[in-house]
Design a protein around this ligand. Structure first.
Ligand code: PMT
Length: 207
């Protein structure tokens, strides 16, 4: 069977509830943007007015994101797994006498970096997120450079902040022009402020 034909029995993934990404999609619609949301499996309602493209792997997420180009703004909030198993099995891997399976991994494509470094149809604004547990701004600056995006929204995902799955986020916006700290906000407020700022930037660029 193809990947689409089977439900995964065992899989390796990064955790994310999708709340921050879905809030951003809703905020984009509220500003009148034609909005496409490429999303892994989450347990959230589809925001009204958003076109949802469901995916279950990084490879599918990259392909779907590239198919949607050109676009003015591309925002990457997904917690993409950096690696995937090299060989996907068509049947359940049974627990048997051969012991713990010796899984081999290959690197997943970096979706944000691939889109940000495109020489054709690069979105005008490419925004990444950085989930960090230490050296937040320093790591975000490195990501900004390495991935070639215009802005990194860095969030501290240390356990005590409860960002993963929670309703609040404390973010710092890191760009070539400096660092902006927003303090503790709801994910909706982060989304609305972010989209308002990006819309203003886009309009200023086109003026
Ligand atoms: O979904 P919630 O529960 O609301 O939580 C929100 C969040 C914490 C997941 C979100 O705010 C967030 O920080 N998302 C990015 C998480 C992450 O995986 O960061 P990273 O530092 O590994 O990756 C940096 C950037 O590269 C991200 O924009 C990521 O989408 C992108 N990336 C990473 C790996 C990869 N193979 N492809 C990518 O595009």
């Amino acid at each position: 069977p193809t990947r689409e034909a089977i439900d995964p029995v065992r899989y390796i993934s990064n955790y994310s509830s999708g709340k921050q990404g879905y809030a951003i999609a809703a905020a984009a619609v509220a500003l009148g943007a034609e909005t496409v949301l490429v999303s892994g499996p989450v347990d959230l309602p589809i925001p009204p007015g958003v076109q949802l493209i469901p995916v279950t792997s990084a490879v599918e997420m990259l392909a779907a994101s590239e198919r949607e180009l050109p676009s003015d703004i591309a925002i990457f909030t997904a917690a993409v797994a950096d690696w995937r198993v090299a060989e996907e099995k068509n049947q359940k891997i049974k627990k048997d006498k051969s012991g713990i399976p010796d899984l081999k991994f290959v690197e997943n494509p970096d979706i944000l970096q691939t889109i940000a470094k495109r020489t054709s149809k690069r979105p005008t604004l490419v925004i990444g997120f950085a989930a960090e547990t230490e050296n937040l701004v320093e790591n975000a600056r490195d990501k900004l450079k390495k991935k070639g995006c215009d802005l990194i929204v860095a969030n501290d995902v240390s356990k005590e902040h409860g960002v993963f799955g929670g309703d609040k986020n404390t973010v710092q916006l890191v760009s070539a022009s400096g660092v902006e700290s927003w303090g503790l906000l709801s994910k909706q407020d982060v989304a609305q402020r972010l989209m308002a700022q990006l819309a203003a930037q886009l309009t200023a660029g086109k003026a």
